[in-house]
Ligand binder design. Structure first.
Ligand SMILES: [Zn+2]
Length: 274
């Protein structure tokens, strides 16, 4: 599973592409590959775009040619090409593993589509600083703000940050998308057909690990421990009542856990003038 900022990459590569179209000589050996990549991106063909990106990124000759024709923009261009290449690289690696391990003798590939509006949604019930401190059963003072939120910021600044954060769109992380798919397809997470492992190209975040541990026996490759404020469990439709109940209990457990963790003073040192 991987999450790609595809639209951003498409724009960045397209902008540099216009420059490349002008500067690459008509007979240059890279022209066919580069132009095929632009065409794949124009047509939103992620498969071809990724395959061509991998081809481009893996060739030292291509990289030195791009340095020559793009100058300082070459590294920015190759950064996006490398990100796009990750899809094809993951596919190649997966196929190599499949050929090595007998447990992969029966494979079904299912594309999980992200619900379109999840990232545009805002928090149902926006929080403010006073509400958070009431939940933590702490008075809202400069001292408690330094103790529980940030030792270097005052209340006014932290309140401003909260307002900005509450306006940000929410994100359904890849691990949660898998759980959402299984729930909506009414596939039991403890079914013998499900191998209890979610493989991701990146380490999972704090909330994903917490959620998976509370809801399932799925294992992951590890957790980087970061907490993202826009993390959500999205609305799910057509799910079995037992699944809905299990999700409800899981959300309650997460809330309880977070209240305990947020109620612990920060671990870094702070002083009265910090
Ligand atoms: Zn996550």
């Amino acid at each position: 599973m991987m999450s790609l900022g595809y639209n951003t990459m498409q724009k960045q590569i397209g902008a540099i592409g216009a420059q490349l179209r002008r500067s690459l000589p008509p007979s240059h050996q890279l022209r066919a590959c580069i132009f095929a990549l632009f065409e794949a991106l124009d047509q939103n063909d992620l498969g071809d775009a990724s395959r061509l990106s991998l081809q481009l990124y893996s060739s030292p000759e291509s990289r030195s040619s791009l340095d020559e024709y793009l100058g300082r923009d070459a590294s920015k261009f190759m950064k996006h090409v490398n990100l796009l290449a990750r899809v094809a690289r993951a596919q190649v690696t997966f196929l190599e593993i499949v050929h090595e391990l007998p447990s992969f003798s029966r494979i079904e590939v299912i594309c999980v589509h992200k619900q379109r509006n999840d990232n545009k949604r805002k928090a149902h019930t926006p929080f403010n600083l006073s509400k958070i401190f009431r939940l933590l059963q702490q008075p809202l003072t400069e001292q408690t703000c330094r103790q529980f939120v940030n030792p270097k910021l005052n209340i006014a600044r932290i309140e401003e940050d909260f307002i900005v954060r509450q306006k940000q769109g929410l994100h359904v992380h890849a691990e949660v998308q898998i759980i959402q798919h299984l729930a909506q397809a009414r596939i039991a997470i403890d079914s013998a057909d499900i191998f209890p492992y979610i493989g991701c190209s990146k380490l999972s975040c704090y909330m994903c690990q917490l959620f998976l541990d509370a809801y399932s026996s799925f294992k992951i490759r590890g957790c980087h421990g970061k907490l993202y404020n826009q993390w959500i469990i999205p609305d799910m439709v057509n799910i079995h009542p037992d699944t809905a109940e299990k999700l409800r209990q899981t959300v309650e457990m997460l809330q309880q856990h977070l209240l305990v963790e947020l109620g612990k003073p920060l671990l870094w040192s702070y002083g009265p003038h910090a």
